[in-house]
Design a protein around this ligand. Structure first.
Ligand code: AMP
Ligand code: MG
Length: 497
């Protein structure tokens, strides 16, 4: 049993609206995250039918008080004053085993006061994609919303074609977004804005409460978390795809997995999303966009800050400028880990830059490259101990990944000279953990969705098992880890809304 609390309901009403889910015809449980449920304090697992009833919204779990949250947002740079949970309902908050307050939310549970023209529903495909990708992110330690349950509705939703429907249950540190602040700010509702900011400080950034200007401290803390988050994404080749301000979590978690994807062949300008025509959210633009979103956040907080006029704008601007330093520091650390170098190494940055050029020009798969580099590092370590001699199969394997082996060989020589000093097992461990073997590759996700639409969920469960053990090197893991062949490549992803 989950013990729901409803702190968000103490905030003024324009920020939320009570709303009941719309029942579905025939709910059936696709997946339930037992480990997460246990963290949330669920001692015994109800039967599948009960879970399907609860997490489709047909019969709410005891204590749930569903509400849709209001928010605004800049979508692809254009401000929309009212978006809000058009197909999602917050059931309540649960204080987990470690004392953290977490939101439990249904997504795809029917229309709400914020639905505008939408049907409030979710097709099965995006539900499975979010389940897989968010649980992978959690497994590699990237801050993210989590997947608690997926339930098939037994109904069809009409998109380009009719598709099976599903309801996703998501757990987040909170669902408060930059857009939530914009929603209060655009209404010039300063009391709602202040209540929201104070709620966020108490909930996510309690240390800010003691600062000289708590709202400035809040801005600084959110900026640091977003900078670290985007650096983590980039270290894995993750492209969010819709970094609108309404999809930018104040708690610094990855949220709203839509047309997101991991890039395979390294390309800094890579875009997957079919709706991102202007390449606004391309791989390399993500830090600048996060910073832009934070500037929008800063604007909403200005009226609450202590200073006024130019002085407060200058203070806030300084913090937003600081994003770059936060991002770079985190990136330096991540890059050093990925390359198996000491975190203070000043070689990491130029080596990574040069490797990115190799990966791009040599059409190298990013994940496979770092996996192979990890293996090669192990091989070098074994060689240093003279348990092995002349043959270097791992080096061969790495060189086989590029169309330009000469360039990569030259890079490897450079990298080895930086590497040599350091063959501690600790560093190798950090390198392994920075370089997953398995990622949820797009063609695999498409494959499991294709099977699920036909009623076969076995491939989904197999892929879920693999991406939640992303450092596993078993044969099955290696099979699912393989990059797409030319025919399998997925060029476009869709929001699925
Ligand atoms: P998203 O692209 O999922 O981040 O959604 C952007 C906005 O559109 C949010 O306000 C959503 O609640 C709303 N939305 C997306 N899909 C639907 C839908 N099927 N029905 C109602 N609202 C939706
Ligand atoms: Mg969204």
């Amino acid at each position: 049993m989950l013990t729901f609390e409803h702190q968000f309901a103490t905030l003024p009403e324009p920020l939320w609206a009570a709303c009941q889910p719309t029942p579905v015809v025939h709910p059936s449980l696709i997946a339930f995250n037992d480990a997460l449920a246990a963290q949330l304090g669920m001692q015994t697992r109800p039967d599948d039918d009960t879970l399907a009833q609860w997490f489709s919204g047909n019969q709410l779990p005891p204590g749930a008080e569903p509400k849709a949250l209001g928010y605004a947002g800049h979508q692809f740079g254009n401000f929309v004053p009212q978006l809000g949970d058009g197909r999602a309902l917050l059931l309540g908050e649960v204080v987990d085993q470690s004392g953290l307050r977490r939101d439990v939310q249904l997504k795809g549970s029917g229309r709400t006061p914020f639905s505008r023209g939408g049907d409030g529903r979710s097709p099965l495909g995006p539900v499975l994609r979010e389940y897989l990708v968010s649980e992978f992110m959690a497994a590699v330690g990237v801050p993210t919303t989590r997947a608690l349950a997926a339930v098939a509705t037994g109904e069809r939703v009409n998109r380009q074609l009719p598709e099976p429907g599903a309801v996703f249950t998501r757990v987040a540190s909170s669902h408060i977004r930059v857009g939530t602040f914009q929603f209060a700010a655009v209404r010039r509702d300063e009391s709602a804005l202040k209540a929201l900011a104070d709620h966020v400080i108490a909930r996510h950034y309690p240390e800010a409460a003691n600062a000289e200007d708590p709202y400035l401290a809040l801005l600084e803390a959110v900026t640091a978390r977003q900078a670290a988050l985007v650096a983590r994404w980039m270290s894995l080749g993750f492209i969010h795809g819709v970094m609108n301000t309404d999809n930018c979590s104040i708690a610094g978690e990855t949220i709203d997995y839509g047309p997101c994807a991991f890039m395979e062949q390294f390309d800094p300008q890579k875009v997957f999303s079919s709706i991102d025509q202007g390449k606004r959210y391309a791989f390399d633009n993500q830090p600048a966009i996060a910073q832009w979103n934070l500037a929008r956040f800063a604007e909403t907080l200005l009226p609450l800050m202590r200073e006024e006029g130019d002085a407060v704008v200058e203070q806030a601007t300084e913090i937003i400028r600081g994003f770059t330093a936060c991002f770079s520091a985190e990136q330096r650390r991540l890059h050093a880990n990925k390359l198996g170098l000491a975190s203070e190494s000043d070689r990491a940055a130029p080596l990574m830059e040069a490797l990115e050029i190799q990966m791009h020009q040599g059409r190298m798969d990013m994940t496979a490259t770092f996996d192979a580099l990890t293996h090669y590092t192990k091989e070098l370590g074994a060689k240093a101990l003279e348990t092995d001699t002349s043959e270097q199969p791992q080096k061969e394997a790495l060189l086989a990944l590029t169309t330009q082996p000469d360039g990569l060989a030259a890079w490897l020589a450079d990298w080895e000279s930086a590497q040599q000093a350091s063959q501690q097992s600790e560093r190798l461990e950090a390198m392994r953990r920075a370089n997953p073997v398995v990622i949820p590759r797009n063609h695999r996700i498409q494959e499991v969705i294709g099977a699920a639409v036909e009623g076969d969920f076995a491939p989904f469960h197999a892929l879920l098992a693999a991406v939640t053990q992303p450092f596993d090197e078993s044969e099955e893991a290696r099979r699912l880890a393989a990059p797409a062949t030319e025919n399998e490549q997925v060029l476009r992803t869709f929001c699925g809304t």
